[in-house]
Write a protein that binds this ligand. Structure first.
Ligand code: ADP
Ligand code: MG
Length: 684
């Protein structure tokens, strides 16, 4: 009978009492297993160093003999500087202490001493932070000491001792989860050795070896969960096998005002295949801004409606909902397909009407914001849910639908251009389709980065484009003037532009306007009756007005790279040459890097790569909403190759029949059980 360390309370470790259990809980630790899984984020190096091998400024530990009397200089009553000569390997060095003159009594000439501190190579001087006298009490000489992230009254010393105590009591109970074949394949340490070495490494090499094992384990378990979920989902026939009318869809595509790109055709074919299968589609469609995702979604919705089901299109903003409604109506009208809008700005009466029509099946496709598939919304026969722009359709929402007896196919569209490989790994439970090319005939957007003193020329540029019949966006970071920030605000800029261009209509759009007001401005801009639109970033995602050719961004250095790329994606959508002008403070160094990336390339995937470099993966994926996993020890970027290995290993294992029967894989199956894979309510 093995003991499950995760159900053993942390108070079983001697010394964990009083307020400590509660403070450990704040770190997410309530069981012995969780304590042992709480890894240090770095190590203090107290291994003894050879002074001839040390670089200037290094933090080092050395052992020597005290070679003289300490000299103390006092500055006021508490501040002091103490100097003492030490011999280390036949070399005389000076040790310096600041404000620690009370140690003077302990520094007797001829005694052995171990010093840790920062090395000044030029002066042969060590600024001491820690001191030890060999042979007196517990020693950290020659060791690597783990450094943990801590809070409250928990100290490094306490958690180090507690961890050692826990290892003393429980090491033998740490179970192995990885099967022997994988341990052999990558020459990985057994789990209990790896855990011990992570907390108490004898050397950096050992620590690294332990880390390698745990990184693989973490990524492998994550991938196993994803791959198992996918495999189960694909083998379960609880979705709708839509009888897709392929000639009908082909006719719909032929009637479009343009020919689909090869990418669009391929992706649509993948989706149509999924729709015809009896399992639930769970597909991510990613494509750069302007790649033409909407029309692919429209064709998929068309196919589902023709097969006798309803569709839903979910978007993040009302502006986008209105826009999609307009373009779908244009496409669907000849086929008698009924659409409806369901947003927060409907009156109660309108809302009740839409809900009733949905439930009775009088509406074929509903377009709306997030509330669309929740609460009191019922469909007669929901077949497909499409989510556009940054909405990841999580398990929670899937289960809301399941509870209503619906199990629709799901298509998630995103223009946040995640490098494909990262997408596969971070969203491993989904199939990924990518639009690789932009529609033909698009001229690459010309991007310029300018300084604020060139504003007059920017105004001239706006004037010329509008005179030529085009439209322009002007983006500001703030709505109103702010005392704290010296940045442009939309209301002021709007007033300025109205003054500058009395002959044109200048619109204003920001998040504090009512949905009705916003929609009105957007409609006027779409129709070409507003020539210049001053806006905050509410315009950022999805908006499509092909006649606009100029995107001006004030204080561009205040925006992130992906956001700038999204903003730029509002232009370059039609046949005319488009421009993006970024007005940036030349003194902002980080901003400069971003401006360089923007002027270097129009390619969203390249932008994403640079963004990842500049920001790191945590920031890149943003909030938990993106659904990207957070890892305890692995790093999605630097450990990427391991992630790919782990994915292949996990996929191969899940596909083998002995995985489901053999006893060596029992710990993995138990893990999947704990993660609720088998009742299909996975993840998030
Ligand atoms: P996004 O992928 O950013 O959502 P949209 O779906 O808004 O892009 O499409 C951008 C513009 O390109 C729209 O005006 C759309 O009508 C147009 N478009 C889409 N596909 C094609 C195509 N194959 N050829 C020409 N224009 C297209
Ligand atoms: Mg879009």
């Amino acid at each position: 009978m093995t003991v499950d360390l995760y159900s053993l309370p942390v108070t079983k470790v001697s010394g964990v009492k009083g307020k400590k259990p509660e403070e450990l809980l704040a770190l997410g630790i309530s069981s012995v297993g969780e304590l042992l899984d709480y890894y240090p984020f770095r190590y203090e190096d107290y291994t003894l160093r050879d002074l001839t091998q040390v670089k200037d400024g290094d933090k080092i530990t050395v052992q020597g003999t005290i070679a003289g009397l300490p000299q103390v200089q006092m500055y006021g009553r508490t501040k002091s500087r103490m100097l003492c000569k030490i011999v280390v390997d036949n070399l005389f060095i000076s040790a310096v202490w600041f404000n620690r003159h009370f140690l003077k009594e302990k520094l007797t000439a001829g005694a052995d001493i171990v010093l840790t501190g920062k090395w000044d190579l030029k002066r042969l001087q060590l600024t001491v932070s820690e001191v030890e006298f060999p042979g007196k009490g517990a020693s950290q000489i020659g060791t690597l000491q783990p450094v943990y992230s801590i809070t409250g009254s928990i100290t490094q010393k306490w958690i180090r001792q507690t961890m050692q105590q826990a290892l003393l009591q429980f090491t033998e109970l740490i179970p192995e989860v990885l099967p022997p074949e994988l341990l052999r394949k990558y020459d990985l340490l057994p789990r209990k050795h790896a855990v011990t070495l992570l907390h108490m490494p004898g050397s950096m090499e050992q620590g690294q070896r332990a880390r390698r094992r745990m990184v693989y384990e973490e990524l492998f378990l994550f991938q196993l969960k994803m791959q198992a979920y996918r495999a189960l989902n694909h083998s379960r026939a609880d979705g709708v096998a839509h009888p897709v009318d392929l000639p009908g869809v082909r006719a719909f595509v032929r009637a479009l005002p343009f020919t689909l790109t090869e990418s669009q055709k391929n992706v649509l074919a993948e989706i149509l295949q999924d729709l015809q299968r009896p399992h639930c589609m769970n597909r991510l469609l990613q494509g750069d801004v302007g790649a033409g995702k909407t029309v692919v979604a429209a064709a998929a919705l068309f196919a589902v409606v023709k097969a006798g089901y309803q569709g839903a299109l979910m978007v993040p903003t009302e502006i986008l909902a209105e826009q999609h409604k307009r373009s779908l109506d244009r496409l669907f009208e000849p086929y008698g397909i009924q659409t409806a809008l369901l947003t927060g700005s409907l009156t109660d009466r309108q809302r009740r009407d839409v809900l009733a029509s949905l439930q009775m099946g009088m509406v074929d496709v509903v377009i709306g914001t997030h509330a669309l598939i929740q609460e009191d919304v019922f469909f007669r026969k929901l077949g497909l849910v499409v989510t556009d722009e940054q909405h990841r359709f999580g398990v929670q929402q899937r289960s809301v639908l399941r509870q209503k007896g619906m199990n629709p196919d799901i298509l998630t569209m995103t223009a946040t251009p995640i490098p494909r490989t990262l997408a596969i790994t971070a969203f491993g439970d989904m199939d990924v389709s990518t639009l690789r090319e932009l529609p033909k005939g698009r001229k690459p957007i010309k991007t310029y980065s300018v300084t604020p003193n060139m504003l007059e020329r920017v105004m001239g540029f706006i004037g010329r484009e509008v005179a030529a019949g085009r439209q322009a966006y002007v983006i500001c970071p703030l709505i109103e003037e702010s005392e704290k920030l010296d940045v442009q605000n939309a209301i002021d800029v709007h007033a300025q532009l109205q003054f500058e261009f009395p002959q044109y209509r200048v619109g204003l759009l920001h998040g504090r306007m009512t949905p009705g007001e916003k929609d009105e401005v957007m409609r006027e801009f779409s129709a070409g009756r507003v020539h210049v639109l001053v806006s905050t970033t509410v315009i950022e995602v999805g908006v499509d007005v092909p006649n606009s050719t100029l995107m001006i961004v004030y204080d561009a250095d205040r925006f992130g790279l992906s956001q700038l790329h999204q903003l730029r994606g509002r232009v370059g959508r039609g046949e005319h040459q488009s421009y993006c002008v970024l007005i940036a403070d030349p003194k902002n160094e980080v901003g400069k890097e971003r401006m360089k990336a923007m002027t270097d390339t129009n390619d969203g995937f390249e932008i994403a790569r640079r963004d990842l470099e500049l920001r790191g993966p945590g920031d890149f994926f943003g909030t938990k909403q993106s659904g990207a996993p957070e890892f305890r020890i692995a790093d999605m970027v630097t450990d990427f190759e391991v992630m790919e290995q782990a994915r292949d290993d996990a996929a191969a294992l899940v596909g083998r029949s002995d995985f489901w029967t053999e006893a060596v894989f029992m710990p993995l199956k138990q893990y999947l059980q704990r993660e609720h894979i088998f009742n299909s309510e996975l993840l998030d």
